[in-house]
Design a protein around this ligand. Structure first.
Ligand code: NZQ
Ligand code: ZN
Length: 391
């Protein structure tokens, strides 16, 4: 196991009706003037925004509102949010929504305290400080409620890039699984896929003897395989939603990723798809993961065979472990299709003729060196072949 430090100070408040405690927690964590940041309107339709406002009113906490975060959140709204926070003297940001809203809130939080262009943080400049951020989560997916990460798309060039900093970890996150019951089945499935990708991208490691995190990752993958279809079939299944919600947090706050190298090639390859086609990140991953895994499988066949047997129940073929590895990738693909995810470019709305453009932005865009590094280092030719496998 590699040396590591792990500091995950987010205070989690989990369960039914917990959003009504938002004001109390903002006060506890020192907020006096809040930006409530939200997305395209689901929190208005569900009445959640009103409940959050009432909770802040009850504690006498002032707030301003900024809605309109799009899935695959854009830099334009981040600039607006930074200006608004400065003009209003905001000292705390409360994100009410999914990963896109939370990531936009994190970008604003870092940008407010920075003299330069906040995009610097998404092209390599480290984040030293940020306003405190907290979240009320409405979709189990990105894990941003417990992570140090944020992913933003810059309209100019449609670069989708991520950053990470301890200062971005939410001070508190309110997780009420019932809030996810209004999600359409497709969005629920996209979230499940994203959570599974966060697990797989940690599972694909070049570090040896990491049994404890291997086993944690397998347990979480099994949980998604068992609970995911229940939530897709019955949106009101609170217990399935609860299991998925906590799994989604653990999957990405890095508790099960420490001490090991990680992959993230599938995420990088997918991000170009959601940037270009504005598809859901999870749907893009459903198409990307089997292609990437097939392409890199021979780098460590036994690792793929291990997940195939332990998670997907495949029989180990000791004479031909590559057959077991392939069967595991096929089982993943079939599972994702069974919960309603796309399996190829056509179903995702992507186009073969765009592959050169995708590869260019992926490997060279925004100063990249022509390769992406993960479980395997991939050059432009590799990435082109991987996109071809998705057609
Ligand atoms: O905008 P509203 O109206 O709220 O609708 C959203 C949106 O259309 C809807 N939705 C969310 N909760 C709902 C709901 N609809 C009905 N009922 C509810 N309870 O769902 C749609 C998707 O929301 P979004 O926030 O985009 O979803 P998600 O959480 O999957 O976030 C995706 C973004 O997170 C990034 C992705 O790249 C993508 O940009 N990621 C962030 C990470 C991080 N910060 O650590 C890691 C991830 O790997 C990921 O890359
Ligand atoms: Zn993801």
């Amino acid at each position: 196991m590699k040396n590591f430090t792990f500091y995950s100070p987010t205070y989690f408040v989990f369960g039914k009706d917990t959003e009504n405690q938002a004001g109390e927690y903002v006060k506890r964590f020192g907020g006096t003037k809040v930006l409530i940041h939200y997305g395209g309107g689901s929190v208005i339709r569900s009445g959640l925004l009103d409940r959050v406002k009432a909770s802040l009113d009850q504690e006498g906490i002032a707030y301003v509102l900024l809605g309109g975060v799009q899935p695959n959140p854009r830099s334009g709204l981040v600039y607006q949010g930074i200006d608004l926070c400065r003009a209003e003297g905001v000292d705390f940001i409360l994100a009410v929504g999914g990963g896109s809203t939370i990531d936009s809130a994190k970008a604003i939080a870092a940008g407010v305290l920075y003299d330069g262009d906040f995009w610097d943080f998404y092209s390599g400049t480290p984040i030293e400080k940020a306003l405190p951020v907290a979240t009320i989560l409405t979709i189990s997916a990105a894990g941003s409620e417990g992570s140090a990460d944020s992913v933003i798309t810059k309209e100019e060039g449609m670069f989708k890039r991520g950053t990470g900093a301890e200062a971005l970890r939410p001070k508190f996150s309110i997780l009420n699984p019932a809030l996810t019951q209004t999600l359409p089945a497709y969005q629920t499935a996209c979230g499940i896929t994203d959570i599974m990708a966060h697990l797989y991208e940690r599972y694909l490691t070049n570090t040896k003897d990491v049994e404890v995190t291997d086993r944690l990752l397998e347990a979480l993958l099994l949980t998604m395989v068992h609970e995911g279809p229940k939530a897709v079939a019955d949106p009101d299944n609170y217990e399935a939603r609860a299991n998925i919600m906590w799994a989604g947090m653990i999957a990405h706050n890095n508790a099960c990723g420490v001490g090991r190298s990680q992959d993230w090639n599938s995420h990088n390859i997918e991000h170009e798809l959601s940037a270009l086609y504005d598809c859901a990140h999870g749907a893009g991953l459903a198409v990307t993961m089997p292609a990437v895994f097939t392409y890199v499988m021979n780098h460590d066949v036994m690792r793929f065979a291990q997940v195939a047997t332990r998670v997907w129940g495949c029989q180990m073929d000791f004479a031909h472990p590559e057959e077991t590895a392939k069967a595991g990738i096929e089982a993943l693909r079939n599972f994702l299709v069974s919960i309603g995810m796309p399996k190829n470019f056509a179903e995702l709305g992507a186009r073969e003729e765009d592959i050169d453009k995708l590869v260019e932005v992926l490997c060279y865009g925004d100063g990249r060196p022509g390769t992406i590094r993960g479980f395997v280092t991939l050059n432009a030719d590799d990435c082109r072949k991987i996109y071809q496998l998705m057609v």
